[in-house]
Design a protein around this ligand. Sequence first.
Ligand SMILES: C[S@@+](CC[C@H](N)C(=O)[O-])C[C@H]1O[C@@H](n2cnc3c(N)ncnc32)[C@H](O)[C@@H]1O
Length: 256
Amino acid sequence: MNRSVVSFVGAGPGDPELITLKGLRRLREAEVVLHDRLAPPELLDEVSPGATVIDVGKAPGRACVGQGQINWLLVDWARRRERIVRLKGGDPAVFGRLGEEIEAVRSAGIAFEVIPGVTAATAAAARLGISLTERGRASMLVFTTGTDHTGHLPAALDWDVLARTEGTLVFYMPVGALDSITASLTSLGRDPREAAILVEHAGVAGERVIAGRLGDIAAEARAAGVESPAVLITGPTVAAASVPLTVRRVLSHAAV
Ligand SMILES: C[S@@+](CC[C@H](N)C(=O)[O-])C[C@H]1O[C@@H](n2cnc3c(N)ncnc32)[C@H](O)[C@@H]1O
């Protein structure tokens, strides 16, 4: 009987101290670790020296291990070892293709568990003291994506609903689509003066914050040369953002 367990562990958004105690314990006990590009490299120091560590990260412009091969590797290693950790950036269940990996493991009859992590949206908000919800002002919080698997604005998004949402919108993977995202929202009625913030490399070296308004944040980001990974946050509570002293680089003071 196969006693293997695949643990999908959220590594957090980059700061190695943001992994959970449970995730860290699984990492230390693992015989095999398959990790993403955005998983903090410092966490790999926690892996036992005898363990097999495999980088399956997808970096822009670099040959990467395809999703099918990652699924295959998970199953293949789980047939040969008992403690497999699939270390994923942020929270495994947020834009992390967790469902596909679970399906591969489950259909091979292998046990699994999911250990959540701090997702980029909450990590970025925390860096700026932004409350993503607020009684009476932001009773809804939407995590959405700026690009689909082809790199374009997701066709399935209901922009009308997003434009009318009285709450906070957080866009993952927004960098290549900032003009389209902001134009889609403002052309359907969202106020172009609403505060908007881009947080690049939240909580890690190279962190930058671009603060502006929905109507100008795309131009601000272009001027600053913002790159992935970054999240875009907009909504009524964003204007109240305050920048803690630990955040060093704020590029525009329009909103903070
Ligand atoms: C494939 S998604 C993975 C999200 C991840 N599972 C999570 O919960 O944060 C990658 C996107 O997450 C966001 N992201 C991840 N780490 C980030 C960080 N340290 N700072 C800002 N955005 C980040 C960016 O939008 C990036 O393009």
